[in-house]
Design a protein around this ligand. Structure first.
Ligand code: NAP
Length: 323
């Protein structure tokens, strides 16, 4: 496993990491989730991604229980959480980044995770109703109170990230160090174009999500929706149109041919493609079983095989199909 710096910060994260969205508390109970986390850890993963809203807190509860049972040294692993949607109803409890919600939410997450602090805390989406300086001050205070070490954003525009950074600079507050955007072969514009200046100017790190476009980039949806897949989960029906898109599945089949030539699976090719971008600090993977963890974490071996000629071929295959 290789470790990369989280942007300009000194923190090192495994270039492939492991997240719990959809899976923990929905597809996976305690034992299966523990086996996946342990398999990832055994292969060098040191960053485990979570969020308050995943399974309405249940994902944090499971991860907390697993961390307690596995008893890894706290210095060796990095855990995150994210806030915005909230898990209870009320004007200051959901869809907000206001000070009251954020300072309350961190305590709930720490209790569920059974931790004294999280390493990374994210604003899970931008909140147009709360002044950015109120959010920046709240994130600064969470860090000053020792409840998190670094803060960042998820799916904020370049302008919003820059505004937050400048407020922090002006008031000598803790600055946002990382952003968590979607990044995969069908969704690349934000990372490759919109954020371009931020890497140099503010040293932004990236912890990217859905590297397999929820499984589409494994090739498993070419003949419809497998019964044991994310696409078959009722709550995830909003993904079905994308997962069964004919043109995208035809492109994935062609990517499968490239993968075969390189001696890897389509999933490994898609993950390696994310890893080849030096602005990516870590690619957050997801898995519903240990065999997927094992397959996915071998993707780093494929990166050296992505020559300029292969990358050009891949670009040709996905041209016009993404954002
Ligand atoms: N910040 C945000 O807004 C945000 C949003 C989404 C995700 N995230 C984070 O990013 C993490 C990863 O996102 P993601 O889960 O969407 O990643 P993904 O890699 O796009 O999809 C993972 C899913 O694909 C299937 N899969 C994975 N490896 C496979 C393989 N080798 N063969 C066949 N199927 C395979 C599994 O689902 P099935 O087996 O059930 O089909 C797995 O749960 C999340 O856990 C979360 O921590 C963040």
């Amino acid at each position: 496993m290789n470790y990369r710096r989280l942007g300009r910060s000194g923190l090192k994260v495994s270039e492939l990491s492991f997240g719990s969205w959809v899976t923990y508390g929905n597809q996976l109970g305690l034992d299966a989730a523990r086996e996946c986390m342990a398999a990832a850890w055994d292969r060098g993963v040191n960053f485990f991604d979570n969020a308050e809203v995943y399974a309405r807190g249940e994902s944090e509860t499971l991860m907390g229980e697993i961390l307690r049972k596995l008893a890894w040294p706290r210095l060796r692993y990095v855990v995150s959480t994210k806030f915005y949607w909230g898990i209870t109803d009320g004007p200051n409890e959901k869809n907000t980044l206001n000070r009251k919600y954020l300072l309350n939410a961190i305590d709930g997450s720490l209790a569920r995770l059974q931790l004294d602090y999280v390493d990374l805390v994210y604003c899970h989406r931008p909140d147009p109703q709360t002044p950015i300086d109120e959010t920046v001050w709240a994130m600064h205070d969470i860090i000053e109170r020792g409840k998190a070490l670094y803060w960042g954003t998820s799916e904020w525009s370049a302008a919003e990230i820059m505004a937050a950074w400048q407020i922090a600079e002006r008031h000598h507050l803790r600055k946002p160090v990382m952003e968590q955007p979607e990044y995969n072969l069908f969704h690349r514009n934000r990372v490759e174009v919109e954020y371009q200046r931020l890497y140099e100017e503010i040293g932004l790190g990236l912890t990217t999500w859905s590297p397999l476009a929820s499984g589409l980039l494994t090739g498993k949806y070419k003949d419809g929706i497998p019964a044991d897949s994310r696409g078959a989960i009722q709550r995830m029906s909003f993904l079905v149109a994308g997962l069964t898109d004919k043109a995208k599945n035809a492109a994935v089949a062609q990517l499968g041919d490239v993968a075969k030539e390189l001696g890897c699976t389509t999933a490994q090719l898609a993950l390696a493609w994310c890893l080849r971008n030096p602005h990516v600090s870590t690619v957050i993977t997801g898995a519903s079983r240990v065999s997927q963890v094992e397959e996915n974490l071998k993707a780093a071996d494929i990166v050296p095989k992505l020559t300029p000629a292969i990358l050009e071929r891949i670009d040709g295959i996905v041209a016009g199909l993404g954002d």
